[in-house]
Design a protein around this ligand. Sequence first.
Ligand code: PMP
Length: 283
Amino acid sequence: RIAYVNGAYVPMSEACVHIDDRGYQFADGVYEGVSVRHGKLIDLEPHLDRLWRSLGELQMMAPMDRGPMRLVLKEVVRRNRIKDGFLYLQITRGVAPRDHPFPAQTPWPAMVVTAKRLNFDAVMDRAMTQGVAGSSQPDIRWGRCDVKSTSLLPNILAKQAAREAGAFEAVMVDRDGYVTEGSSTNIWMVTKDGTLVTRSTDDNILPGITRASVMKVARDLQMKVEERAFTLEEAKGAAEMFLTSSTSCAMPIVSLDGQKIGDGTPGPVAKRLVEAYKAFMDA
Ligand code: PMP
């Protein structure tokens, strides 16, 4: 595998960063994950929009303009001969002696890009036939979850707790009992009358790129979509649930805390969305 590290394409075994990098010491950085399907970067422009927004919110500068960045991302895909896969891009505030405030002398931001293969046909197949289990976990994150920061400890702990409970994803719940999002996904439910519901993005969740694309696909299919908060209890009584993310596309959640959602199999609405999202990716 080949990685991009601060201006060079290097074998993974030689890809390394400085121990005084603020990403390493403080998780003072942002990232993006972009899916690659048939060699094409899916929703690249929205991902770059979100990256620039994250950088701006943390008063970080971009290490390069969007044009060269597009070229670097495509080059990493090409050099790794990825047809279906996942591209990871991380930018940190750079290298400076460890001290909490931003360095007085602004360092050049550090940027790394890696890519790996991911079998989207297998993901979609699982979505159509099996789905995944969810496990509710308290959302103990900070107040700026709209920023795609590499500070992911609460997400990691929630995902781990979910895995230990035998589930694929944590369904995070705020103090008032409302579902926020998954540890690395956005969460949706389908009401008994067929309306899709997902939390609105002004509520300290990550504005998922897949969330936005699935929403568009759903509206194109004349489905009704509501952006509002819903409780864990409401979700458990829903006709269907599913999650969205770049790596999972649209994935039915067929059980939550061991309780079946609907009949405990991927439902008709989610399955239609999986197929429509696949067509969107393949277009
Ligand atoms: N929420 C969180 C907390 C995430 O980390 C992610 C994926 N990085 C998502 C949602 C899904 O976002 P996207 O559809 O852009 O992959």
